[in-house]
Design a binder for this molecule. Structure first.
Ligand code: EPU
Length: 421
């Protein structure tokens, strides 16, 4: 397993290009299963989760061609099975996103249950409940979801909890259902809107995009000739580099991003003392060499502060001026980074859903590892401000969701290298 070694102490500066959003690319590639015509999806990030998704679709018989600019051409005309096997689903929970499209278009899906997950139990009951209400017959047998439906029927769904992939699965299923579906208490994450816009480009009739009530008028088939859809820039990748710069007292400009998807994060960075300037597709952050002020955050569904930025802000607070409380409300077990940061000298106390962080003068480099994507990234950030070397192990988590992280950080002046094992 590769490792990253970071030698702390460099102030980040310079310019960086943000990649396409992982959490848009995954549902959109699954959504391509709904298309009768070949389509092209562009601005695909270079990530391990994308490789897994391509393998998943490839095993179903879908033809995929990727070019050097990371455009993927997807042709579903040769699809010959509707299964998402355990060995792929267990490495990437987002594989559950093929359930809705397979069922809606082919009337059958055989998808492994995702099972346990490092950041909490993360059940899929809301996905299954919604599909059942649309007329699907669903059984769970031998760890697999076996779903059948002649044609799904539009219905009125009120989501019991806000769920991102749950909303996406039901949205995709509803596009080909008979009649109208309403999804109330839908997730409003920009990635959900990106998927909805993509589906509309294929001929779906979705309204209420960006709100918590989605209305979908079912159509008989989807597909559009010569469709090329570029996915949204990654707001979490953007936020991660901005926090990295803020922690080091740095000054960076990120381009090919969407500042209006990061309001809550930018507000908190300003509270930490950063000067922020934005244009249509760029953000500039300047800390003027200062240490950040500690900032308290409370995670919640969009447009509130994202759980996917929680670990990075925890990292920033470890070396900030003052005391702050980080409250995680979305997942019950998303503080795995805390123990590792404590090993680097951080002063953090965990009290149920809260992490109370008291800034220290300096962290000390140490060998660390984490068991999920954002936690691992936050340890890289901690390494940027630690004295000496930090060795981050199990970085396959990082490679699942950050496009060439060591190259991008090195481009900003960080001392970081990957060592193969
Ligand atoms: N939940 C249920 N039942 C369900 C579905 C969800 O109880 O049927 C609960 C979950 O256990 C959790 C809450 O609802 O407590 C919200 O989970 P959600 O379903 O929204 O999460 P997700 O769709 O599995 C996506 C992202 C995550 C991100 C969350 C929250 C993708 C592929 N993944 O997960 O991204 O943290 O939304 O915003 O879109 C990451 O990128 O590192 C990542 C984990």
């Amino acid at each position: 397993m590769d490792k990253l070694i970071i030698t702390g102490g460099k102030q980040l500066s310079g310019e960086l290009r943000i990649s396409g959003a992982k959490n848009s690319a995954l549902p959109i590639l699954a959504g391509a299963l709904l298309s009768e015509t070949p389509i092209i999806v562009g601005n695909i990030p270079h990530l391990h989760d994308i490789t897994t998704t391509m393998e998943l679709l490839g095993r179903m018989g879908v033809q995929l061609v990727i070019d050097e600019k990371m455009n993927i051409e997807i042709d579903t005309s040769t699809i010959n099975n509707f299964e998402a096997p355990y060995e792929l689903v267990r490495t990437m929970r987002a594989s559950i996103l093929v359930l809705g499209p397979l069922l809606a278009r082919f009337g059958s899906a055989h998808v492994s249950l995702p099972g346990g997950c490092a950041i909490g139990t993360r059940p899929v009951d809301i996905h299954l409940d919604g599909l059942t209400k649309m007329g699907a017959e669903i059984k769970v047998e031998g760890g697999y979801i076996l779903a059948q439906a002649k044609r799904l029927k539009g219905t009125h769904l009120v989501m019991e909890k806000i769920t991102v992939t749950g909303t996406e699965n039901l949205l995709m299923a509803a596009t080909l259902a008979e009649g109208k579906t309403v999804i109330e208490n839908a997730a409003k994450e920009p990635e959900v809107s990106d998927l909805a816009n993509f589906l509309n480009k294929m001929g779906a009739k979705i309204s209420g995009i960006g709100t918590d009530i989605l209305e979908i008028e079912g159509v008989d088939q989807l597909g559009a000739k010569d469709l090329h859809y570029d996915i949204l820039p990654d707001r979490i990748e953007t936020g991660t580099y901005l926090v990295a710069a803020a922690m080091t007292g740095g000054n960076i400009r990120v381009k090919n991003t969407r500042p209006n998807t990061l309001d809550a994060v930018l507000e908190k960075l300003k509270e930490a003392g950063a000067e922020i300037f934005t244009g249509d597709d760029w953000i500039k952050l300047d800390m003027k060499g200062k240490k950040p002020q500690a900032v308290s955050v409370r995670t919640a569904p969009y447009p509130a502060f994202p759980t996917d930025m929680q670990a990075q802000f925890t990292a920033m607070n470890t070396i900030a001026e003052g005391v702050a409380v980080i409250t995680e409300t979305v997942f019950e077990n998303r503080f795995m980074h805390v123990q590792e940061m404590q090993r680097m000298g951080a002063d953090i106390q965990l009290e149920s859903h809260n992490a109370i962080c008291k800034g220290v003068d300096k962290l000390a480099g140490a060998p660390v590892m984490a068991t999920d994507l954002r936690a691992s990234a936050s340890l890289v950030l901690a390494g940027l401000v630690a004295e000496g070397d930090t060795m981050v192990d199990r970085i396959y988590h990082i490679d699942r969701g950050y496009d060439h992280i060591e190259e991008k950080l090195a481009q900003l002046g960080a001392k970081i290298r990957r060592v193969p094992n």
